[in-house]
Design a binder for this molecule. Sequence first.
Ligand SMILES: C[S@@+](CC[C@H](N)C(=O)[O-])C[C@H]1O[C@@H](n2cnc3c(N)ncnc32)[C@H](O)[C@@H]1O
Length: 249
Amino acid sequence: MISNSKRIMEPEAMESIEEVAAYDKLTLKYLTILHNGFIETVINASPDCGNFLEVGCGTGRISIGIAKYTENISLTGIDLSTNMIKVAKDNAKEEKVDEKICFLCANGNKIPFENNSFDAVFCHNMLHHIKNPLPVLNEMARVVKKNGSFTVRDLIRKSKLIAWMHVNFFGLTYNKLMKEEYKNSILAAFSKKEWAEIVKKINIDNLFLTSQFITHHGIERSAKNKRNNNINIPLTSFIKKILKDKYVS
Ligand SMILES: C[S@@+](CC[C@H](N)C(=O)[O-])C[C@H]1O[C@@H](n2cnc3c(N)ncnc32)[C@H](O)[C@@H]1O
């Protein structure tokens, strides 16, 4: 559903240690299914070896998941928040993948790597924190190799009423703080119409708009040399069906 209401921005970086801890708890408890769907999409759209970059990695759960399900891949995760990066490093150690991932504090608006450095570049649930996402998307386009994969996914903005309904349905078991954060993220996100306009302005070829269920939309491009052997992360078949990418253009 397209929202006519304007975006209500959230703070850009998630900086306080309480917020970071709460977010990590939320990802582990409730977002694994969402994360697994995205992890599977990134892995299957990308080569089976090389260097991957995550922009806005938060507490690192997506890069950690990719490291666990693959071999021969080196990952870098960047985030504006020093506390997110600190927790991401601890999480990678705890999950025993710290040798495969380098987490560092950096701004997606100015990615500290050379042109054409990465075989896969991806970004999940981060763009709704940013007023103008184009500099970040164009930085991602700059650092991905010419034939590399490009995968972005984020929430779809809804009206206040629909956001409230989503939060109380999909976030039924969330606590008060989590519900508030979820609602604020939906209201800060881009509408489908805005998303379609953004994709036209990214300096990279062969992008597709995608949608996942009624909650998320994405921007995707598979690598020319993507892996032959697709990986399959266990999810219930129902969840898998609704999370499956639907190409909309
Ligand atoms: C909602 S979290 C998502 C984290 C992770 N991608 C996930 O899906 O679990 C958004 C993250 O984007 C980060 N962020 C916001 N603006 C950023 C920027 N300009 N550059 C890098 N990271 C940024 C925030 O600090 C926060 O950690």
